[in-house]
Design a protein around this ligand. Structure first.
Ligand SMILES: *[C@@H]1O[C@H](CO)[C@@H](O)[C@H](O)[C@H]1NC(C)=O
Ligand SMILES: *[C@@H]1O[C@H](CO)[C@@H](O)[C@H](O)[C@H]1NC(C)=O
Ligand SMILES: *[C@@H]1O[C@H](CO)[C@@H](O)[C@H](O)[C@H]1NC(C)=O
Ligand SMILES: *[C@@H]1O[C@H](CO)[C@@H](O)[C@H](O)[C@H]1NC(C)=O
Ligand SMILES: *[C@@H]1O[C@H](CO)[C@@H](O)[C@H](O)[C@H]1NC(C)=O
Length: 415
């Protein structure tokens, strides 16, 4: 009787422990397993365990730090290298395995130090963010909440690269295609004939923006279950986090030009038709973007601003990411960004950032012959927008202006 009870307890405890292990790590084990044995298959690949050094936990041991250590041990490299266990039974397969193994390149040695003013500029931007997050005169919904209170779906703009320990918060209309390309190259999530694609510009446009190419925080739930939040926090602490921003009003002009001045069926149906119906006296707007363009029926920039200011817009659904405020996309008061790039200084910032991330040997920032919407004609765009609407619009985007150090556009607002 006694032994059978002991035995039962033993079985129950053992199963519970196994189930716990499976729940937490099944995905990782499954992923690296898949990686080892799936031969050269092009297409997206499951993100790889990180190559981060083991953290130095100098805190007093606690349950959480134990989990930290355990988790990191699990995520450490070594077991994941393709040559380790690649089946060597046939000559061809091991050849392939060797082909697939791309050795890591050496870090680039720089003879010139980073210019002091660039360093100082980053320091200032980071300090400004901290000050503005602490300053109660900058207020916006969700500013005071903790990271744990941010809903999962609002973490969908944080792209994680475990290989290099990088987290990028992408802001649409701020060179985000180029940085997404770089994140794909770094995470080696796109294979070209068996080897990771190393040229950012060779990645097709539709793949760059296909969310299956990017491992974002909101996908952590699927992979790590209830340990997702804890793991996110570990990564947020240890990885280098960056984002790029630009003047908020210029970003809006760019969004309008890019989505409504050129034919875009999707944006026409989802947004332009609504604007035409509500603000342009068009109870039945043309059914397709081609017909609208043929008739010369388009929402004006003023209609677009009116749409943004209409309380009904946010009631219908949250702002589209192309015009959603950066503070809502990237949570700069909950996430302490290590690097804040400005589009206005994109090239300098990109060079410095890639160097700080120690990946300037792997990838270069694509030089784009982009045509920045110059602030000199910012006032031209706002000419047709009523002054009252301009000031309301500023209120809507004021946190972005202040958090990231963009001056209040007085010439536009004081009219
Ligand atoms: C290797 O592959 C080639 C064709 O790809 C085949 O002719 C050859 O027999 C294979 N060798 C082995 C050892 O499998
Ligand atoms: C908060 O910001 C306001 C306006 O910019 C400024 O006058 C004030 O000094 C700031 N407060 C603190 C504590 O920094
Ligand atoms: C955040 O907390 C401060 C006091 O700690 C309060 O004054 C402020 O109104 C709060 N902001 C929001 C948006 O809730
Ligand atoms: C994204 O990529 C996946 C896998 O390659 C594909 O199945 C899916 O259709 C793509 N989605 C879009 C919107 O292109
Ligand atoms: C940039 O845009 C301005 C204003 O639209 C235009 O005059 C100029 O020619 C453009 N420059 C390039 C290089 O496209």
């Amino acid at each position: 009787m006694g032994t059978s009870r002991m035995f039962r307890i033993f079985v129950v405890l053992g199963s519970a422990f196994m189930i716990l292990l499976i729940i937490i790590y099944w995905d990782d084990v499954g992923a690296s397993h898949l990686y080892l044995h799936s031969p050269v298959s092009p297409g997206p690949r499951i993100p790889h365990p990180p190559l981060q050094p083991r953290p130095h936990t100098s805190r007093t041991p606690s349950f959480l730090s134990d989990i930290d250590a355990f988790v990191n041990q699990f995520l450490e490299p070594g077991t994941g290298e393709p040559t380790d266990t690649a089946p060597a039974d046939t000559g061809n397969q091991s050849d392939k395995a060797e082909e697939r193994y791309v050795p890591r390149r050496e870090w680039k040695i720089h003879l010139t130090p980073v210019a002091a003013e660039l360093r100082e500029r980053q320091e200032q931007r980071r300090r400004l963010l901290q000050e503005m997050c602490a300053n109660d005169s900058v207020a916006f919904p969700g500013k005071n909440r903790s990271f744990d209170d941010i809903p999962n779906k609002e973490l969908d703009h944080l792209i994680v690269d475990d290989r290099h320990g990088i987290i990028y918060c992408y802001v649409p209309k701020v060179a985000c295609s180029n940085w997404k390309r770089i994140m794909i190259v770094l995470s080696e999530s796109m294979l070209q004939e068996g080897v990771p694609q190393r040229d950012p510009m060779a990645i097709p446009w539709d793949l760059v923006h296909n969310s299956s190419m990017h491992f974002t925080f909101n996908k952590f739930w699927k992979r790590y279950g209830k340990f997702a939040r804890h793991l996110m926090k570990v990564k947020l602490k240890k990885y280098t986090k960056f984002l790029f921003v630009r003047d908020p009003f210029v970003r809006l002009i760019s969004a309008y030009r890019n989505k409504f001045e050129v034919r875009n069926e999707d944006f026409y149906r989802r947004f332009a038709q609504v604007m035409l119906r509500r603000y342009a006296n068009q109870p039945t707007p043309p059914p397709s973007v081609d017909e609208a363009f043929a008739l010369g029926v388009q929402p004006s920039f003023s209609h677009f601003i009116q749409y943004l200011l209409d309380p009904q817009t946010e009631k219908d659904m949250p702002f589209n990411e192309h015009w959603r405020q950066v503070y809502r996309l990237c949570h700069p008061c909950q996430i302490q960004y290590d690097f804040v790039g400005h589009l206005e200084t994109a090239e300098e910032d990109a060079e410095l950032l890639l160097r700080q991330l120690r990946v300037d040997n792997v990838v270069e920032f694509p030089t784009s012959h982009r045509n920045l919407t110059a602030s000199s004609w910012e006032s031209d765009w706002f000419g047709a927008v009523p002054p009252e609407a301009r000031r309301e619009l500023y209120k809507l985007y004021e946190p972005d202006f202040r958090l990231f150090g963009y001056d209040r556009p007085d010439s536009i607002l004081n009219e």
